[in-house]
Design a protein around this ligand. Structure first.
Ligand code: C2E
Ligand code: MG
Ligand code: MG
Ligand code: MG
Length: 283
């Protein structure tokens, strides 16, 4: 078969590789322009306490408001941001925007600093940058927000890249009051010996386990195990990607009452998020 395809097959392969590479370059330069032209926005997905029905926080999620293509989610561009290094300026922008939003919520008395935290996703390259700790502290100082209102979401992948550097940076920020969550927990290369050395506040149960938890016993067992790990390390836990009331009821039975997911709300823009906060306060 390979022989039959011959030179044309190889030529076709090389050609499509080139298309992919040049498409990537095109996206990269579009993203560079998007940063300059301020086409990025943050959307916010509420995090709920099922027991009290309170909105206890939100996760900030990056969106690209493309002038022609509409709103684009990170799945379409996060790889290019990361590989091109554009995540470094983009990540700083995300931190500043999140802190700016928090300060406006606090000033408007829309949230209570002691019972609300805003989660910000941190990419591997951003975390590894030498200035990372200063960038976080700078964003917090710029908007004079209480550091405990910020929760940085990192992945297991970030931790294992360089355990010593991760512990150092997390400790400095944790001492200043910043909180940490491990995102997508259970999908990476978990090592419990690393985990207990890290100042982690929250484990986020990945949506891949939540999706089928009501009828897949393996997923249910993994969730049970994550809850057990978090509890024994005195960490909190929250379930991601909760879409149905059956999933919510199941999680509740397992002792997990903190969740985010489409069931309550998808990520929404700033204005819609404020309306959600408002409607809760008057319940
Ligand atoms: P993540 O941090 O695990 O975020 C959760 C993702 O699940 C979000 O996708 C969210 O919209 C989606 N989601 C929430 N509830 C549900 C649900 O009930 N069902 C389903 N199917 N999905 C749900 P999104 O916004 O497309 O973001 C994808 C990933 O991109 C994030 O995963 C995160 O890793 C990355 N990301 C997003 N914003 C940023 C950012 O500002 N900086 C960095 N470094 N990464 C970001
Ligand atoms: Mg996240
Ligand atoms: Mg996640
Ligand atoms: Mg994810």
């Amino acid at each position: 078969r390979v022989k039959e395809l011959g030179r044309n097959g190889i030529a076709f392969f090389e050609q499509s590789m080139q298309v992919a590479a040049s498409e990537r370059l095109a996206i990269e330069s579009e993203l560079r322009r998007a940063l300059l032209k301020k086409q990025f926005v943050l959307h916010y997905q509420p995090q709920i306490n099922h027991r009290t029905q309170a909105i206890e926080g939100a996760e900030a999620l990056l969106r690209w408001q493309h002038p022609h293509k509409g709103t684009i989610g990170p799945a379409a561009f996060m790889d290019v941001l990361e590989e091109s290094g554009l995540i470094l300026p983009a990540g700083k922008w995300v931190l500043l925007s999140a802190c700016s939003f928090l300060s406006r919520l606090l000033q408007a008395n829309a949230i209570d600093a002691n019972c609300f935290s805003l989660s910000v996703n941190i990419s591997p390259r951003q975390f590894r940058q030498a200035s990372f700790v200063d960038d976080v502290l700078h964003a917090i100082a710029t908007y004079a927000i209480p550091p405990q209102c910020i929760k940085l979401e990192i992945t297991e992948g970030i931790v294992i890249q360089d355990v010593a550097d991760t512990i150092d940076k997390m400790n400095v920020l944790r001492e200043r009051g910043v909180h940490f969550a491990i995102d997508d927990f259970g999908t990476g290369y978990s090592s419990l010996s690393y985990l207990k050395q890290l100042p982690v506040d929250v484990l986020k149960i990945d949506q891949s386990f939540v999706r089928d938890c009501t009828h897949n016993p393996n997923d249910a067992e993994i969730i049970r195990a994550i809850i057990a790990i978090a509890s024994s390390l005195r960490m909190d836990f929250i379930a991601e990607g909760v879409e149905t009331s059956e999933q919510l009821a199941f999680l509740h039975e397992l002792g997990c009452d903190h969740y985010q997911g489409y069931l309550f709300s998808p990520p929404v823009d700033e204005h819609a998020f404020c309306l959600l906060l408002n409607s809760r306060q008057h319940d």
